[in-house]
Design a protein around this ligand. Structure first.
Ligand SMILES: [Zn+2]
Length: 110
């Protein structure tokens, strides 16, 4: 799966929590780092962490969409159970709500 491949370039799977990933540091052979380098490294890690969280979220949504396909619930709004508009699904196949309930999607549990 492409998202998993992308995730594995910046993160490693958490052994304790299935489906959770942890951002990894870029390998730096020079341990002798100045505070500037440390700050840069930290910024880098923070960026990676943000990217990792975004990918993890996307992956969770893809897995959820796959599960909904299995359960014959794909394309069904999770708030009101009505069919999700075709153009919305086309633009975002992992959409979980119809346009009416768009604002409630963020609050849905993964
Ligand atoms: Zn709805």
């Amino acid at each position: 799966m492409r998202l998993t491949t992308e995730l594995s370039t910046i993160a490693i799977p958490n052994k304790e929590i299935a489906g959770d990933w942890e951002a990894v540091r870029e390998d730096d052979p020079s341990i002798n780092t100045s505070s500037d380098e440390v700050a840069e490294e930290l910024e880098n890690l923070t960026e990676r962490k943000a990217a990792e969280e975004l990918l993890e979220k996307q992956l969770a949504k893809v897995n959820l969409a796959l599960k909904k396909i299995e359960e014959n619930k794909f394309g069904q709004c999770e708030v009101g159970n009505e069919p999700i508009e075709e153009d919305r699904l086309e633009a975002n196949p992992t959409a979980r709500t119809c346009k009416t309930h768009l604002e409630e999607e963020e609050g849905l549990a993964l």
